[in-house]
Design a protein around this ligand. Structure first.
Ligand SMILES: Cc1cc2nc3c(=O)[nH]c(=O)nc-3n(C[C@H](O)[C@H](O)[C@H](O)COP(=O)(O)O)c2cc1C
Length: 200
């Protein structure tokens, strides 16, 4: 049976519409959207501390916690690496920088969380990141998971910036999460419910 119109409810009965929407966790998950326009101020560090703790509280294989999280809200860092990125991108970079609301290569986020792991640790850091994204949203902080900037960050040109992250030996950057106070309210993107079904 597909989930197209049939979702499990809190009490195990199947309903035509999603239920439990008053549940704060369900509400946060269903209402979260990726944000790419932010107010011009970094995430408050006391709030960020809570978000980080939520990330570090994620399930992870054998509780090895083989992850590294680095939070950057220093405009000198974010603008500096963006300038280098735009330089390397040439004409494409120049066009990007003219986009409406362009601030930086991290989809304009004033706070960026860099996430690294050793080879094979990507599942753990996926769970860590989603904990952070959902905790942030529940606290009124928008975010966008970012794979795009990582290719540049792994390049020679970005090495001085990556060194500043002081990653443990053998760890490599896998993705980043841009965070900040949202300055847009995008519509939900459709989800294909036929991707999941019960096997009887
Ligand atoms: C692994 C991963 C990498 C992503 N990389 C980018 C990115 O580089 N730039 C971007 O704008 N969005 C990026 N996104 C955000 C997705 O585009 C977004 O989650 C998706 O379109 C669904 O929209 P929603 O998050 O608003 O539900 C990424 C998401 C994931 C999970």
């Amino acid at each position: 049976m597909t989930l197209s119109l049939v979702l499990a409810s809190c009490n195990g009965k199947r309903e035509a519409e999603p239920t439990c929407t008053e549940n704060p966790v369900v509400k946060t998950i269903m209402e979260r959207r990726s944000i790419r326009k932010y107010q011009d101020r970094p995430v408050d560090r006391a709030q960020m501390d809570t978000i980080i703790r939520c990330g570090l509280n994620a399930p992870n294989g054998m509780n090895r916690q083989d992850w590294a999280v680095r939070v950057v809200d220093n405009p000198e860092y974010l603008n500096g690496i963006t300038s280098l990125f735009l330089e390397k991108m040439g004409e494409r970079g120049a066009r990007m920088a003219q986009e409406d609301g362009w601030r930086n290569m991290f989809r304009n986020a004033p706070t960026v969380v860099f996430i690294a792991a050793p080879e094979g640790g990507d599942l753990n850091i996926g769970l860590l990141g989603e904990n952070m994204i959902l905790a942030a949203w529940s606290m009124g902080i928008g975010s966008c998971c970012l794979g795009g900037p990582i290719a540049f960050m792994r390049s020679e040109a970005a090495a001085p910036y990556v060194e500043r992250l002081k990653l443990p030996e053998g760890y490599r950057l896998v993705y980043a999460i841009g965070m900040g106070y949202a300055d847009e309210s995008p519509e939900a993107k459709p989800r294909d419910l036929s991707k999941a079904f019960y096997v009887e």
